[in-house]
Design a protein around this ligand. Structure first.
Ligand code: T3D
Length: 263
C-alpha cells in the first residue's frame, strides 16, 4: 500500500500538514498537489482550526515538482502551463486566502516550487541546516508557485535576480538575514517553536489576524490612498468581531482575553 502523499494531524486549535514523500524529498508527484489542496481546504472549513503548520517528512521540506513524472520525456511536448494552472496556482491562492496564520516549518532543503511554497506562508521558520534553492534556472524553467512575485518583494531586485538566475542554495541563516524568512533555528528546536507559535495563534483573535493578512496582501498592489480606504473598511469589519469587544474588556478588567477566533 502506498503512503498518503500528505498527512494531517489535528491538534487542539490547529493542524499540522506534512508533505509525505520522504524518499523523493517530498517532491510533488502524482496526487500530492490535490492532497495538499484538500488538506488546506479542510483546515479552512474547520472553524476550530485557528492556525496551520506546513512541514515535510524526512530530511527535506519539498524538492518542487517530481522530475521523474515523465513530463520531460524526449519526443513529447510538455504543456507546463496546464500543470501550473491546474495544480500549483490553486494551492498558492488557497494558502494566501486561508483565514488563519500558516507557519512553514522548513525542516530541510526547499527547492523549486517547494521553496516558493514556503515563502508564501505567513511565518517561515527554518532549521539551520535547511537551504532554499530556486532550482528552476538549472533546468530551463521560470520561478513559479508565486516565486517571481514574492522574491523581489522579499529580497529586493538584486538578490531576487541573483537567486533566480544563479539557482545557488541559500542557507537558512542567510535567508533570515536577508529578510526572506522569519527565523532560522537549531534543527532540534524547529518543530517545538512551530508548535509553540501555532498554539499561541490558536488562542488569538483569528478573524482579526485574517483581516491583517488581507490588509498586508492588498497593500502589495495598492497606493496609499487606496490602502487607507481598505484600512478603514477592514478596521470596520474587525471592530464588529466579538473578539474586539473581548480584547478591550479583558484589557480593562486586567485579565487574559478569551478570544473565540473564527466565531
Ligand atoms: O514540471 C512542471 O509541472 C512544472 C513545474 C515546475 C515546478 C518546479 O518545482 S521545477 C523544479 C524542480 N525541482 C528541482 O529541480 C530540484 C531537483 N533536486 C535537486 O536539485 C536536489 O535533489 C536538491 C537540491 C533538492 C537536494 O539535493 P541533495 O543532494 O540533498 O539530495 P539528492 O541526492 O539530490 O536527492 C535525494 C533523492 O531525491 C534522489 O533520489 P535517489 O537518487 O536517492 O533515488 C533524488 O533523485 C530525489 N529527488 C530530489 N529532488 C527531486 C527528486 N526526485 C524527483 N524530483 C525531484 N524534484
Amino acid at each position: 500500500m502506498t503512503a498518503a502523499p500528505v498527512l494531517t494531524e489535528v491538534r487542539d486549535g490547529y493542524r499540522v500538514v506534512t508533505l509525505n514523500r520522504p524518499d523523493r524529498l517530498n517532491a510533488f508527484g502524482e496526487g500530492m498537489h490535490g492532497a495538499l489542496l484538500a488538506a488546506l481546504t479542510e483546515a479552512e472549513a474547520d472553524r476550530g482550526c485557528r492556525a496551520l503548520i506546513l512541514t515535510g517528512a524526512g530530511r527535506g521540506f519539498c524538492a518542487g515538482q517530481d522530475l521523474s513524472d515523465g513530463v520531460a520525456t524526449a519526443g513529447q511536448i510538455p504543456k507546463l502551463e496546464e500543470t501550473i494552472e491546474r495544480l500549483y496556482n490553486p494551492i498558492v491562492r488557497k494558502l494566501r486566502d486561508l483565514p488563519l496564520p500558516v507557519i512553514a516549518a522548513v525542516n530541510g532543503v526547499a527547492a523549486g516550487a517547494g521553496a516558493n511554497l514556503a515563502f508564501g506562508c505567513d511565518i517561515v521558520l527554518a532549521a539551520r541546516s535547511a537551504k532554499f534553492v530556486q532550482s528552476f534556472a538549472k533546468i530551463g524553467l521560470v520561478p513559479d508557485c508565486g516565486g517571481s512575485w514574492l522574491l523581489p518583494r522579499l529580497a529586493g531586485r538584486a538578490r531576487a535576480r541573483g537567486l533566480a538566475l544563479l539557482a545557488e542554495p541559500l542557507a537558512a541563516e542567510q535567508a533570515e538575514t536577508w529578510g526572506l524568512i522569519w527565523k532560522a533555528l537549531d534543527d532540534a528546536a524547529l518543530m517545538g517553536e512551530a508548535h509553540r507559535l501555532a498554539a499561541h495563534f490558536a488562542a488569538q483573535p483569528t478573524a482579526g489576524l485574517a483581516l491583517i493578512k488581507r490588509a498586508l496582501d492588498e497593500a502589495e498592489v495598492n497606493d496609499l490612498d487606496r490602502q487607507l480606504d481598505r484600512e478603514r473598511d477592514l478596521q470596520g469589519e474587525a471592530g464588529r468581531t466579538p473578539d474586539y469587544m473581548e480584547g478591550v474588556a479583558a484589557f480593562f478588567e486586567k485579565r487574559p482575553p478569551r478570544f473565540t477566533g473564527r466565531a
